[in-house]
Design a protein around this ligand. Sequence first.
Ligand code: GRG
Length: 321
Amino acid sequence: MMELREENRGQGAQGEGEKGWEGQPFELEGFLSAERRRVEAALEAALEELLPLFPPSTRDAVRWGVAGGGKRLRPILCAAAYHAGGGEHHAIYALAVSLELIHAYSLIHDDLPCMDDAAVRRGLPAVHRQFGEKVAAVAGALLIPAALLQAWRGARELGLPPEKARGILEELSRAAGAGGMVGGQVLDLLGEGQALSAAELEELHWRKTGALLRAALRMGGMAAGLDGPQLEALEQYGAAVGLAFQIADDVLDATSTLAALGKEPSDAALGKSTYVALWGLEEARSRARWWAREAVEALRSAGVSSPALMALAGYVVSRRS
Ligand code: GRG
């Protein structure tokens, strides 16, 4: 994980206005809907290739879990990082949706009764509510190797040499695995009903949510051929945006509704430690904005020019769902 600057933690909104995304002219709404269209098309193409390989009894469930809406933040970040690095090939979306396939599997499994036991996801019945637990478990599991296969295909479609493609697959695998998302989920399950410290909470979220977001940025940058300080800046952006995203998520869980979120706010009922419980609402909001500005600053100081990534940092903390 990037070196968090201890002396800066807890300083809320300090520096606001100096290095924020504010003031960057960028039409975010239009950008997001155009990007989502590209991601949806790439997801559809991926499903067309993948679904015939799956047991027929699982295909509708996989489609339900993958195609049921969602912000598509991870592939959008990946493509934005690629474009920031000067990449221009449309096949970036084929690579980027591998992140969404991993994300979709994690949501299907996260909603299972043995995990968060959630009935609704993205405004629709969770996969296990619609198709049963066994099918949901299998659908999620099928998506893991499918995501890796998709990443490989995407990287090769981009014309990347096998060595680079392997490096990108390694990013995705590490972010999804024990040191990343699955490891974070284990900490999450073990932490239920306990009051975690700020450091424990950060470790949990860094793994559970942050690692995949960071991988999105690194995969995009690597696909564009970046390395050195610029790739590092994307990585720092990803880590900072990951924290901002998670703090904003806790704020939404504490303040929003099923109708707005498309899922039941559940942190309190599940006895989860949250940033809101640790710091209170206003401080949590302020720290989320602080991390979003840190993300932008990481790009600025490395000379990575990307109005899209700068605007996306703001979106992560101002989103309504
Ligand atoms: C077997 C221990 C074990 C783990 C399996 C279930 C799992 C792996 C991991 C769960 C990790 C998880 C659910 C992380 C996601 C956290 C999160 C904030 C999800 C919401 O993401 P958004 O807001 O959702 O991007 P949309 O719906 O917009 O895609």
